[in-house]
Design a protein around this ligand. Sequence first.
Ligand code: ASP
Length: 431
Amino acid sequence: MASTRFDHHKLSGRILFALGLGLAFGLAINATIADQPWVQLWLLDGLFRVVGEAFVRLLSMLIVPIVFVSLVVGVASFSDPKSLGRISGMAIGLYMVTTAIAVVLALSAALIFQPGVGANPGAAVAREIAAAPSFIQVLIDIVPRNPVEAMAQGNMLPLIVFSVLLGPAVAISGEPGKRIAALFDDLNVVVMRLVGIVMTLAPYGVFALVANMAATTGWGAFAGVLKYVVLVFIVLMIQALVVYPLLLRTLSGLSPAIFLRKMRDALTFAFSTASSGATIPVTLRALQERVGVSNKVSSFTIPLGATINMDGTAIMQGLATGFIAQYYGIDLSMSQYVVVVMMVIVASVGAAGVPGVGLVLLAGVLTQVGLPVEGIALILGVDRILDMTRTAVNVCGDGVVTTIIARAENEFDESIFNDPDAGGQMMPAAA
Ligand code: ASP
């Protein structure tokens, strides 16, 4: 076991190293050879894209099996059906509270620092932004018509509903139920191992993703909108390093520093992939194996959070709304700000945690308060790096809420939390 632990630490270190190296390498390319056709064709759209996208696909490939299997195992183990209701209530409530804090912080920052006044975003990059589905449709779509359809399309909420219904059915089915439960228990172990195997490829995937972003974004994109970018970063940091630690400390009494250290793989993955959905397998693994949260709680709250909780995205939406209003010289009334807060909290419910979905949500918010949707073009050029950063905050928020609930429900193993080496056992045996 000792050598496995060593490997696990080594891998975490290598993933972080790959992140830094990718950033440096990408920036160097951007400053030197990025406009050469062969660099674009063979490196950025070639090697980096293949390695990066293949890695994100491998992670995405794990989402449906892991959510389905671990959730059935988790729900089948509830002896008291009321506790599932309690956990759902707490999760939805806390997810909404953290999002509300995030968007209020962002709007306040926008009002105080006025990032849109005098902004000069240069040539706006136009792009078609899809419309977000209506809230009523989102509510209807939560109920699965066909579980295979939900799985095939990776739709998290109907998949959660199906698994949550199947779990108790397994639990009350006597002998056949026991056999199925044992099968799912075994599958859960195997799928978690698969996560460990995919993780060994992470340094390459992370390097390619980050290098590609840095090579294509460069500094130029930031010029006229620097104030907006800096403000988004600062408010994201406040959420991650002040709001979450305060919540974690006051509601669960746990050390935020240890928590963040244990979540670092999940946060690195979230940053690199800009997808809280694709990060689900890594988030679950970090919470269960390193933080000490039970499968029972995390298998439910993490896929739920990846879909309905997007605090980092809420921060971007709040600041972007302020930015666009100020840029066009439009004053928003108090009631319009209230609409923004409500919209931001509600709209994220139906949105999958995938790259760039925040812009789709933003389009919905802008429409609601009568701001020009074309305004999004002003911030499009810098959105990828902000997307990556806010996704890390989204995932961090899911982890904090999950940990708080697990602690309140006695579904938390403090010895795992306090063990700096915990988590090594999830590596594949041969690694
Ligand atoms: N990429 C974010 C996520 O997956 C969503 C967004 O802000 O675009 O959580």
